[in-house]
Ligand binder design. Structure first.
Ligand code: PLP
Length: 803
């Protein structure tokens, strides 16, 4: 071992012991593994802090522009392995810990997941933070430090049960509270005329305090800040009330503040419409905007130069009130003219759209919005009158004007957050090519006509550090042996593997890595669920939030059809399959929760049926989160990306699986389209209606009953589920769910079933040609480097942020 490494190991050894004694306050004989974990993190953190300060200094010296990424969600997962790996200290840390009889991997497993997000949108924000640091771009992420975050999912008798996630129970050694960075956030009250302008007098206020977490880039190039806000009352306890015996009343204000940062709304692809949610959105947005403008004025003096020094990106509409908040500060506090302020705001703000689902487009009842944020309401009206004037000027008709308006006038009046974000931003981007095209022709068609050129595409990506190097070290090392190290710094260099796809020995080595990942996953799932899996079976995986548009139900119905076929034709040469499902359902989403129960009911029946002879196993993995994803994805053979075409904006799970050598079975939806273009038609299995065909079917009437009754396999499966074959304890449990398919089938499950089932049999055929399968796996790995979030961030930086 080189002596520099040895010196580093000795230094870490001494450091960890010193930290354990003097900061954790434990003797090494009394220390529990958790104390060692804390000591390891704090030791590493000291190394990070030096780079952090240096990064900040460099930014100031360069007078550079910063990126501010505002997101209500950051699904970061664990940080220890990420930090160690990005600092290049893996081997040194392992050795240093062994001195004390500790395994690094055991300490890593002690870290709770920071689950401050629902799914893809929150995970994207986390991948972006890592890529921003890796590309040496000065950036802050802004969000909320939820005390409970995403709920923990337990499966009780097959049903989802939601429990609070207590990720902060042992403290959080990564974070720094910044008492000096605190801002007052007002709600309610009234707007009063003052001089030439107005003044907002809120009726209530809370204080937002910054809590910072360092984000280390690849090879430790830069350390950026994830700044999450926590809330406290201005007056945490009313002593006179307390002394008078009103203990609850005396603490009420603090409790109200706590409720702002207590939970992440567990809604995915549907808007969470409660008042507390709007309060949360304004809370973190106002604190972030105040922080950004304070920093700008402190270092650059003139608020008018904000667009030259700050690029604010809104991750979906949750922070869209930022548009009105920037305007309020510029107009009311810095006394700028409205039009100049609007120009500055627009040049500063970019907006990323994540969904076209109407139920997920945020809008707030106007009376609620006006009561909580009266000044912002006035500003929104003023922006709206300018926008509508421009629309009339180019001769737009009443229908188009109604579509463009920031206020929805149909029925109850509502504030449309997407229209506000669109009007207040210079850039509006979709997250995959198809999604961006659909933005232009559907929800935003009129706004696109008024502001052509604003809509642009930035296809999502994932960080290859976490989603290849860290989660799949064996594959990484096999690839390094085969094609060298260039891909570690530039994922697109994985393409060198294309030339080696005919190398059978290499294909075999990669297949061995896959098998050992499957053995490890099988052991983990045995612990979690009790089900024993055969690592030589095809691991067929659908893990993601449970939603009808993602069509876990299509997969389950096909599973039932396959089960039926295996039992009817035991003589055939079936490919042994393991169907793995995982994902959380929004707590209020009845059908999604029923689908989880169905997966578990099918699993119980199939797994205990000796007549399928181990050819089919079904597992539902409880509590799908980032850490589970890191175990499951490297062990997958087949990646299920089967949403109704036109409904998944991009998907990022699809990218992670392909990067780890799984083949995709999927529809032409979201980024699947681009994955297909890159890996090649022969290395992916595409089925089903296209987005255009889906739109056409919905528009021209579609008779699902006819389709179901016309497909023998589908009909058998639907009837079996409907009649209680899988729910003998409650025969009608799935009757309503199946009736829904007969009656409306909005997600076109029936329309796509035959094509999906045929695609699955095509998967079997390809699997039976193991040589061909391995080759396809290699072409997948080789050609999805483009889906690195480094590429995505580089595009944002060049086209939107100009940094
Ligand atoms: C990547 C990821 C997602 C997004 O998955 P999709 O298949 O794109 O919906 C959701 N949850 C976790 C934990 C992830 O890592």
């Amino acid at each position: 071992m080189p002596s520099r490494t040895n010196a580093k190991i000795e230094q870490l050894e001494a450091k960890i012991l010193d930290v354990l004694r003097h900061r954790v306050g434990k003797d090494e004989r009394a220390a529990k593994t958790h104390d060692w974990f804390t000591a390891a993190v704090l030791s590493l953190r000291d190394e990070i802090i030096d780079k952090w300060m240096e990064s900040t200094r460099r930014t100031y010296d360069a007078g550079g522009k910063r990126v501010y990424y505002l997101s209500l969600e950051f699904l970061i997962g664990r940080l220890l392995r990420d930090a160690i790996s990005n600092l290049g200290l893996g081997r040194e840390m392992e050795q240093a810990l062994r001195t004390y009889g500790l395994e690094l991997s055991a300490l890593e497993d002690l870290e709770p997941d920071a689950a401050l997000g629902n799914g893809g949108l929150g995970r994207l924000a986390a991948c972006f933070m890592e890529s921003l640091a890796s590309l040496d771009i000065p950036a802050y992420g802004y969000g909320i430090r939820y005390v409970n975050g995403m709920f923990r999912q337990r499966i009780d008798d097959g049903w989802q049960v939601e429990l609070p996630e207590t990720w902060l129970a042992h403290g959080n050694p990564w974070e720094f509270e910044r008492r000096e960075s605190c801002y007052r956030i007002g709600y309610g009250g009234e707007v009063i005329a003052k001089g030439d302008g107005v003044e907002w007098h809120p009726a209530e206020a809370v204080e937002a305090t910054a809590v910072d977490t360092p984000v280390v880039g690849w090879r430790g190039k830069r350390v950026n800040t994830l700044r999450l806000w926590t809330a406290s009352a201005l007056d945490p306890i009313k002593l006179d009330a307390f002394n008078a015996g009103d203990h609850i009343g005396a603490l009420a204000e603090q409790m109200r503040a706590d409720s702002l940062v207590r939970v992440l709304y567990p809604a995915d692809s549907s808007a969470a419409g409660q008042e507390l949610r709007l309060r949360q959105e304004y809370f973190f947005t106002s604190a972030s905007i105040q922080d950004i403008i304070r920093r700008h004025v402190q270092y650059h003096g003139d608020v008018r130069t904000l667009p030259d020094k700050a690029a604010i990106q809104l991750n979906d509409t949750h922070p869209a009130v930022a548009v009105a908040e920037i305007m309020r500060l510029l107009v009311d506090h810095y006394a700028l003219e409205f039009d100049e302020a609007l120009d500055i705001t627009r040049r500063t703000v970019g907006y990323t759209n994540h969904t076209l689902l109407p139920e997920a487009l945020e809008s707030w009842p106007l009376p609620l919005f006006e009561r909580l944020l009266p000044r912002h309401m006035q500003i929104i009206y003023a922006i709206n009158s300018r926008v509508l004037r421009e629309a009339r000027k180019i001769g737009m008709d009443d229908g188009e004007i109604a579509a463009i308006s920031l206020i929805d006038e149909g029925g109850d009046r509502r504030v449309r957050m997407a229209n506000l974000a669109f009007a207040g931003a210079h850039s509006v981007n979709g997250v995959a090519g198809l999604h961006t095209d659909l933005m232009k022709t559907t929800v935003f068609s009129s706004l696109h006509k008024l502001y052509p050129g604003k809509i642009n595409n930035k296809t999502n990506g994932v960080t290859p550090r976490r989603w290849l190097q860290q989660c799949n070290p064996a594959l990484t090392s096999t690839l390094r042996d085969a094609i060298g190290d260039a891909f570690l710094d530039d994922a697109e260099q994985l393409s060198a593997l294309n030339a080696l796809a005919g190398d059978a020995a290499l294909g075999e080595r990669i297949a061995e890595v896959k098998r050992s990942n499957k053995v490890a996953l099988a052991a983990h799932l045995k612990d979690l669920t009790g089900v024993r899996l055969n690592p030589d079976a095809l691991f067929d995986v659908q893990v993601k939030r449970i939603h009808e548009y993602k069509r876990q139900l299509l997969n389950l119905v096909e599973t039932v059809a396959l089960y039926d076929q295996i039992r009817s034709h035991p003589e055939r040469d079936w490919v042994p399959r393991v169907k793995i499902f995982g994902g959380k359902a929004a707590s209020s989403y009845h059908n999604a929760k029923l689908i989880i129960k169905l997966a578990n009911d099918i699993a119980r029946r199939v797994n205990s049926d000796p007549s399928v002879g181990g050819l089919l196993k079904v597992v539902f993995v409880p509590n799908y989160n980032v850490s589970l994803a890191e175990r499951i994805i490297p062990a997958a053979d087949l990646s299920e990306q089967i949403s109704t075409a036109g409904m998944e904006a991009s998907g990022t799970g699809n990218m992670k699986f392909a990067l780890n050598g799984a083949l995709t079975i999927g529809t032409l939806d979201g980024a699947n389209v681009e994955i297909k273009d890159r890996v090649g038609d022969e290395n992916i299995i595409i089925f089903g209606l296209t987005a255009d065909e889906v739109a056409e079917k919905r528009a021209n009437g579609y008779n699902p009953r006819e389709v179901i009754e016309g497909s023998y396999e589908l009909h058998q499966a639907v009837e079996a589920i409907s009649s209680g074959v899988f729910s003998p304890d409650d025969k009608n449990r799935y009757k309503g769910l199946m009736d829904g398919l007969y009656e409306s089938d909005w997600f076109l499950l029936a329309a796509d079933f035959d094509s999906y089932a045929a695609a699955q049999r095509e998967v079997d055929r390809r699997w039976n040609d193991q040589k061909g399968w391995r080759k396809s796996a290699m072409h997948n790995i080789a050609n999805v480097g483009w889906f690195s979030s480094d590429r995505t961030i580089a595009e944002y930086a060049k086209d939107i942020w100009k940094v």
